[in-house]
Design a protein around this ligand. Structure first.
Ligand code: ATP
Length: 881
């Protein structure tokens, strides 16, 4: 019978080595992760991992020559971990770092190894993996066990300790996910299909076993972590699905070997009621934080004038979560106002904020014992700015900024301790000395003296002993066997003092040691080691000390982040000439000379942005119907109105001459997508169903942007739908949502005749002969006709084509709302391309174009599709002729 080995393990299998067995055992514990296995000075990957790693990292893949196909191998030097790890994580991999847990020199048998950290896209402290201007959230989503539409969501940024959860209908969870854009989402394996249905493959994900997503398992995880009896104090007790989602994240942290997480000191409930509801299309369409297409410029890139990383992160949050509470907004607004009005205050604040860096992540690293000496010095430097800022605000602020003077804490005892102990040029590594200042500890100074002035000391000793004994040829020397010794030539042997101990006799000389020499030798040889050890101890002590300040520093970090965002608003306002909006709890939006904050910055040189007034209320002008040709500026007007409202509710100043904003509770956007039909009927249906659902949930405080709604379908469907939606918004018994409706269906102008709160406007243009000049002014009244064909002409379409298009248009315009569609098709003037385009004979090469034109169903084309088609035909003509 095979006996177990001394270490209690089964005997090695055939082809197995102790190392490969150790690898397999560890690997099995971290399925789905690439295992970086430390062997000597290298991190090695094996098998499938090696194939993946070599591809992602561009490192050499080798194969061990034992015929085993699985025996791939790829590695890199351990000190390059910071270079390679981020690449793997950014490629969406989970990476388990397996280190040697004991000194190989002291190991009996195979070196003990274990995974010290599992880095995933959502759980990382690594500066190279993280983007300091963004939070790096891991999210977890809990699904309902019954058919209820209630889901749970939790988010954690381990690098800052921010932890929050919520629960609500799927659309709400989708919106949160779209706002926070987590780096990784956890969900139960069983719900894979549902998850993919809702989110596609947009996110890095990890699925976990079903049993983890249970209330009974997760609730105690949270109470144990926070050391509380229950979760009432966090306001989440009544959110079972939010709790499950949150608990799953804690479980995941333990699974990924992140066990020192004291900086996660509380959990917040994401309060749906506190923030303006922006549906996910709105976030995208308004390009608040992401460009909607490549090359686009999101609003944040303009508004981000922050100087600290935590300020930048907070700004992102404020931008996707504008406030609804008047007092809170006014508080921010008055802070910005103070800074805008007091240039000296603003300038000094900027100069004090600049050196602060990422205080929030530094204190998290303290909690996780991941801070290095250089970073601890940076933490001190950041804290040294606090008293300056406190004093500045104390002396200069009469308003809301003053409260920060109270809340910030200089943590002076900690600062003094770090200042006293750590060198300003302390290194990144904690184990190799060079950390502690001279003069901090006598023992250390002596050791430094010993190591750096060792030879001097020995010469000194030699001199002293020569003087004392009169042995002029006395020498202090060193060899490996005896260490330091005194050598005396035979002629002076009799002068050797009795306390010297003879160690070796040579032909001409004797070698001795003395107590002093041995004590000194001990000191010299171990000085370096001792220095590193003592310095490491001092450093650890400082970390412990800093831990005591965890919460105070977290409050400081929040304060600095807030001040930084306020100054960013102030700086942007000054730079771009924004004004302070007046916020009221009324139902009026009154913008004078409003501008689009982004477009105005990117106009061609010499062109000025044309400002416009927009007025909406619940009594006389609830819905404005904006017509105008393509490219006139309808979308820009819609977006700028929503952006001005949202910027106001973020607490920022706004691009206008004056603005009175009645607070808004929801912003809903729908842009008619020209590609709905090509995406298939079902997508269109889904979008319409969603639109209906949201339209039913609007209130009189909501703002709705409908841009070319209905464009994704045929003209008649489009007009009917747009018509019905406008009617619905106007006649809704409970809400009078303020609406901006941009459309190229000038038929919709008729609505204003029947519905008192619908008003027609148009974006003005001037027609000069065959040309259109865009004036971009919003003026009362509708447009008599569409201009798509003019635009086509401007784009260089051949004149005969444009004339034919006019002919079709005139026909359609006769009265096509009332008439029957089929009848219209029957009545359509007969096409005579031969005559109108090319004369009686069609040249052989143009037959194809003719065929295409004949097949074309003009009624089912949206203006964009028509343009594209015309363009295509034009290219064919150019090519054929
Ligand atoms: N008020 C303005 N002042 C100056 N330029 C403007 C203004 N409004 C819009 N523009 C410019 O005109 C371009 C087209 O505007 P926009 O997309 O809003 O037109 P549109 O009427 O919505 O057209 P379409 O129906 O084709 O979507 C913008 O990209 C911008 O460069």
């Amino acid at each position: 019978m095979a006996r177990k080995a001394a270490d209690g393990q089964e005997p090695l299998k055939k082809g197995e080595t102790p190392l490969s067995r150790q690898f397999n055992q560890i690997k099995a514990k971290y399925p789905g992760a690439i295992l970086l296995f430390r062997v000597g000075d290298f991190y090695e990957t094996f098998g499938e991992d090696a194939v993946k790693a070599s591809k992602i990292l561009g490192i050499v893949l080798t194969r061990r020559n034992n015929g085993n196909a699985d025996d791939h191998l790829a590695g890199f030097p351990y000190h390059s971990l910071d270079v390679y790890l981020p690449k793997l994580v950014r490629a969406g991999q989970r990476v388990a770092i397996c280190d040697q847990l004991e000194n190989p020199a002291e190991a009996k048998g195979i070196v003990k190894r274990g995974v010290t950290e599992l880095v995933t896209p959502g759980v990382s402290f690594n500066d190279q993996v993280l983007d300091n201007k963004r939070n790096n959230y891991v999210a977890s989503m809990a699904f309902p066990s019954s058919a209820q539409n209630v889901y749970g969501l939790a988010l954690l940024d381990i690098s800052t300790g921010e932890y929050m959860c919520s629960q609500g209908p799927l659309a709400y969870i989708q919106k949160l996910i779209q706002s926070f854009l987590p780096a990784e989402i956890l969900y139960p394996k069983k719900f894979r299909n549902q998850f993919v249905d809702s989110f596609g493959d947009q996110f890095h994900t990890f699925s976990l076993e079903e049993w983890i997503f249970t209330y009974d398992f997760t609730y105690p995880l949270l109470t144990q972590h926070f050391k509380t009896q229950n979760l009432k104090g966090f306001g989440i007790e009544e959110m079972p699905l939010g709790i499950i989602a949150a608990g799953v994240i804690l479980h995941y942290l333990a699974e990924t070997e992140h066990k020192q997480v004291a900086h996660i000191s509380s959990i917040q409930r994401i309060e749906e009621d506190k923030f303006v509801w922006l549906d996910r299309f709105t976030i995208r369409n308004l390009e608040l934080i992401h460009p909607s297409q490549e090359g686009g410029v999101p609003l944040i890139s303009l508004m981000d004038q922050t100087l600290t990383a935590m300020g930048a992160r907070l700004l992102r949050k404020w931008m996707v979560l504008p406030l609804k509470q008047l007092s809170e907004i006014q508080d921010r607004q008055s802070g910005v106002g103070e800074l805008v009005q007091n240039q000296d205050l603003l300038d000094l604040l900027l100069s004090y904020l600049k050196p602060i860096g990422d205080l929030e992540r530094l204190i998290s690293k303290v909690a996780a014992s991941r801070i290095n000496p250089r970073e601890l010095v940076q933490l001190k430097k950041a804290l040294q700015q606090i008293p300056l800022i406190k004093e500045l605000l104390w002396d200069n602020s009469q308003g809301s900024l003053k409260k920060w003077a109270d809340r910030l804490n200089p943590c002076s005892t900690l600062v003094d301790k770090i200042e006293l102990a750590l060198r300003d040029d302390a290194p990144m590594l904690a184990h190799q000395g060079g950390i502690v200042k001279t003069g901090f500890l006598a023992e250390l100074d002596e050791l430094h003296l010993l190591s750096s002035h060792g030879k001097e000391y020995l010469q000194d000793l030699q001199k002293r002993e020569i003087e004392r004994t009169g042995i002029s040829s006395l020498k202090v020397a060193y060899n490996k066997v005896f260490g330091y010794y005194l050598e005396v030539t035979n002629s002076h042997k009799d002068r050797v003092p009795p306390e010297w101990i003879r160690k070796q006799t040579l032909v001409n000389a004797e070698r001795y040691i003395t107590d002093e020499l041995k004590v000194y030798e001990e000191k010299i040889l171990t000085a370096e080691d001792r220095i590193s050890q003592i310095e490491y101890g001092i450093f650890q002590e400082l970390i412990r000390e800093a831990m005591e300040y965890l919460e105070l520093i977290q409050v400081n970090a929040q304060g600095i982040a807030t001040l930084d965002v306020l100054q960013s608003f102030a700086t942007t306002a000054q730079k771009n000439h924004y004004v302070k909006p007046e916020l009221l709890d009324t139902d009026i939006i009154d913008i004078k000379e409003g501008r689009h904050p982004v477009i105005e910055q990117y106009l061609p040189v010499g062109e000025a942005y044309v400002p416009n007034d927009v007025y909406l209320d619940n009594e006389s002008q609830q819905i404005i119907m904006i017509t105008g040709p393509n490219m006139a500026g309808k979308s820009a007007l819609l977006r700028q109105t929503a952006l001005i409202v949202l910027m106001a509710q973020m607490g920022s100043f706004v691009p206008a001459n004056a603005a009175t904003i009645g607070l808004v509770d929801k912003v809903f956007t729908r842009v008619g997508a020209s590609d709905n039909l090509s995406k298939g009927e079902s997508t269109f249906m889904v979008e319409m169903t969603e639109t209906a659902a949201i339209l039913n949930n609007l209130s009189s405080k909501s703002l709705v942007l409908l841009d070319e709604i209905g464009r994704g379908t045929s003209t008649y469907d489009g007009v009917s739908m747009a018509w019905a939606i406008a009617e619905h918004l106007h006649n809704h018994p409970k809400s009078r949502a303020k609406t901006l409706f941009a459309t190229h269906y000038h038929e919709l102008n008729q609505l204003a005749d029947d519905f008192p709160r619908i008003k027609n406007f148009h974006v003005s243009v001037k027609e000069m002969g065959n040309k259109i000049i865009f004036l971009r002014k919003l003026l009362p009244g509708g447009s008599a006709h569409s201009f798509g064909i003019h635009v086509a002409q401007m784009a260089g379409m051949p004149t005969p084509l444009v004339l034919r298009a006019h002919e079709i248009l005139r026909h359609l315009e006769k009265d096509h709302i009332k008439e029957d569609h089929d009848q219209k098709l029957k009545d359509m003037p007969k096409v005579n391309y031969q005559l109108s385009l090319f004369g009686a004979e069609i040249p052989a090469g143009l037959k194809e174009i003719n065929d295409q034109l004949e097949k074309l169903d003009v009624n089912s084309l949206s203006p964009i599709e028509a343009l594209l088609k015309l363009n295509e035909l034009k290219k064919m003509i150019n090519y054929k002729l």
